[in-house]
Design a protein around this ligand. Structure first.
Ligand code: NAD
Length: 335
């Protein structure tokens, strides 16, 4: 039998964190979920409450008492996912993003060093800013404006990465970085400001779905279960101090995503275009050669993931929708 581990999941009440908490508890581990509920929700982890292997601790990782609060505990692994998310939150929560990514990550690193815990940190494709090369590999240094409208998130993540690299070099801790591209799946709040839950919510409410800009922005969506497999792999086999891209392999424009959802649902879908509310990046595509070298590849297609989500978001699927028909659609529609 595999060893039962004690694991801290920071940001565990968020979309990805709650999926990780569930996965770890289901696999026999004991999990402490740390969250300040800034963008996370208790509802996303309510199914775990009552489990003897699961605790929720409400605290901000930038709190000066954070390290002493947990300094006498023992954690085999720490998953650090804490950061306010969502493009519309970049302006109103800019300070929280920067403080969480600087003071917060510094506190998490102090704790990981003291407890000799393995650490994995979720960085973002946003460290590449508005990329000039496609696909983006880990060696690309990015195109980021340090005082631009998205800098609180972009530079916050970059600073967290720099802190981690410094801790690995100076103190030889076992910490790895994973750079996520767009991730989706069950567990996203229906009020989440990201594109897929927004589209599903509007369809459920009978409202037009809004595409900001011309709809030609490309994204490569990855299912959260593929992400979890990749994180566990990097935690086990990755090189400390290094970053690993992880993301979907299929590029799709926002307009194509809207058409794909339209093809999967029996409910009416109307699209409206509006000017973008913040400077957007035209496209992003991960070069995942490095993580594939550890044995990872995505398994869940975007259509399969959407079909799995739709009933939970009150959006009914067409009778003939199946993963096979959806794969055909993706092949036809994707550039
Ligand atoms: N979902 C994606 O597509 C995506 C893409 C790139 C990177 N990421 C990164 O992955 C991580 C998880 O993303 P998510 O989609 O689950 O976002 P989320 O907003 O659902 O989860 C983040 C969680 O962190 C918590 N948090 C924020 N600041 C905190 C603080 N100071 N102290 C304690 N808890 C705090 C929030 O309350 C929330 O529960 C984030 O770091 C995000 O930047 C996500």
């Amino acid at each position: 039998m595999k060893k039962k581990k004690r694991i801290m999941v920071i940001g565990g009440a968020g979309f990805i964190g709650s999926n990780i908490c569930k996965y770890l508890v289901e696999n026999g581990h004991s999990v402490d979920c740390i969250d300040n509920f800034s963008t996370g929700r208790r509802a996303s982890i309510s199914s775990l409450e009552g489990s003897r292997s699961f605790r929720i601790i409400e605290i901000d990782i930038s709190d000066p008492d954070f390290v002493s609060e947990f300094g006498n505990e023992k954690y085999d692994e720490i998953f650090h996912l804490a950061c306010p998310t969502g493009v519309p939150n970049i302006r109103p929560m800019a300070e929280e993003m920067l403080v969480t990514c600087s003071t917060g990550t510094s506190n998490v690193l102090k704790l990981a060093k003291r407890l000799e815990s393995k650490l994995i940190f979720t960085s973002s494709a946003e460290v590449y800013g508005d990329p000039e090369t496609f696909p983006q590999s880990e060696t690309y240094n990015g195109n980021v404006d340090p005082v631009g409208p998205r800098s609180a998130y972009e530079e916050g993540k970059r600073f967290s990465e720099a802190l981690i690299a410094m801790y690995v070099n100076k103190y030889q801790i076992d910490a790895k970085i994973i750079r996520l591209f767009n991730t989706f799946g069950n567990g996203m709040s229906p009020d989440d400001t990201r594109v897929i839950p927004q589209f599903l919510k509007r369809i459920r409410l009978g409202q037009k779905i809004t595409i900001y800009g011309d709809g030609n922005q490309n994204r490569a969506h990855m299912h959260v279960q593929d992400l979890i497999r990749g994180m566990l792999l990097v935690l086990e086999r990755g090189v400390p101090g290094e970053a690993y891209n992880i993301g979907g392999s299929t590029q799709m424009t926002i307009s194509e995503l809207a058409l794909l959802i339209d093809s999967l649902t029996s409910m009416p879908v109307e699209i409206e275009f509006r000017p973008h509310f913040i400077e957007d990046h035209g496209g992003r595509l991960p070069d995942t050669t490095k993580i594939r070298g550890l044995g990872w590849s995505p398994r869940v297609t975007i259509a399969e993931g959407l079909l799995e989500m739709m009933p939970n978001y009150g959006v009914s699927a067409i009778d003939s929708a199946s993963p096979e028909t959806c794969e055909t659609f993706e092949l036809l529609s994707v550039t």
